[in-house]
Design a protein around this ligand. Structure first.
Ligand code: 13P
Length: 248
């Protein structure tokens, strides 16, 4: 049985002080959640947040990383640095990084492989643009992302990782994909993982939906056959909303 995983991607929001206040309020409200609860704050709040989630059921993820361990890469953060802090997950290939920071599949693949080498679990984001969906290219886009982002990754690692299906047109727009549409694509992703990495990886990998997830949409999504959780942006910034989502 796959344990559902719901993660909050804070994006570039909250100072360290605000993050601390948020976690102090959140801890008690999510302590009985039946899913794995993850928060992904900006780098500047990781230490604070990691200290405040000790002895709770909340795990911590980073929102990005470089693939090298160290070196002359001004402004970057390495997997070794994240691991030493106690970070468990790292979001990779988010559409905002693909779009605004020109990350391509080759780079994302290097990051995915590096995350595994350093004992971090990737939350790999895939998803189509609106024009790609309208042109009937959703599955083609997903195929390319999965093939290139997971090139040379072994099936044992794929089984442990998380994929977030985030249709780009549903991110921050208020337009949630219907639960059935999201499930259809997520089922397709699981099938592709089966084809590429075998039955065990397909059965164990957890695949989230992301894109305007709200307290009012989560229940129906979680009732679908293949959706194992959510990657939540905007609604993860409010304690009440995020708590309602993880306690769906
Ligand atoms: O990009 C997202 C999570 O990674 C989704 O963001 P929203 O929930 O704000 O649409």
């Amino acid at each position: 049985m796959r344990k559902p995983i719901i993660a909050g991607n804070w994006k570039m929001n909250k100072t360290a002080k605000e993050a601390a206040q948020f976690i102090i309020e959140l801890r008690d409200k999510v302590k009985d959640a039946n899913c794995e609860v993850v928060v992904c704050p900006p780098f500047t709040s990781l230490t604070q947040v990691l200290t405040l989630v000790e002895d709770t059921n909340i795990e911590v993820g980073a929102q990005n990383m470089h693939y090298e361990e160290n070196g002359a890469f001004t402004g970057e953060i390495s997997p070794v640095m994240l691991k030493e802090l106690g970070v468990k997950y790292v979001i990779l290939g988010h559409s905002e990084r693909r779009m605004y920071f020109k990350e391509d599949d080759e780079l994302i693949n290097k990051k995915v492989k590096s995350a595994f080498i350093h004992g971090l679990t990737p939350i790999l984001c895939v998803g189509e643009l609106l024009e790609e969906r309208e042109a009937g290219k959703t599955f083609e886009v997903i195929d390319k992302q999965l093939i290139e982002d997971l090139k040379d990754v072994d099936s044992e690692n794929v089984a442990k990782m998380v994929i977030a299906y985030e249709p780009v047109w549903a991110i921050g727009t208020g337009k949630t994909a219907t639960a059935e549409d999201a499930n259809e694509v997520i089922k397709y992703i699981r099938g592709k993982i089966r084809e590429m990495f075998g039955e065990k990886a397909a059965e164990e990998i957890r695949i989230q939906y992301g894109g305007s997830v709200k307290p009012s949409t989560i229940k129906e999504q979680m009732e679908q056959s293949d959706i194992d959780g959510a990657l939540v942006g905007g609604a993860s910034l409010k304690v009440e909303d995020f708590a309602a989502i993880v306690n769906y």
